[in-house]
Write a protein that binds this ligand. Structure first.
Ligand SMILES: [Zn+2]
Length: 75
């Protein structure tokens, strides 16, 4: 009977160790992914008015990005 209990404890320890290794790998993977991965489009900040907008909608100006549609783009 004590042999069965010892085996059960051993199995539990092995399962616990595997779970810990899996958790550590998942946490490492999550830390490696960039924070902008969820939205897809990288956000930039307009240097004129400070509004955040997708980089595809922004105009590249000297020193950073500006709103492409508004009065922020220097002409
Ligand atoms: Zn702007």
């Amino acid at each position: 009977m004590s042999k069965i209990i010892a085996w059960l404890i051993l199995i539990f320890i092995v399962l616990f160790a595997l779970r810990m290794i899996g958790l550590r790998n998942a946490r490492k993977r999550r830390a490696e992914t960039p924070p902008n991965d969820k939205s897809g489009a990288p956000m930039v900040r307009c240097i004129r008015c400070g509004v955040f907008l997708p980089r595809a909608d922004a105009a590249k100006v000297s020193g950073g990005y500006a709103c492409a549609d508004g009065q922020c783009v220097p002409r």
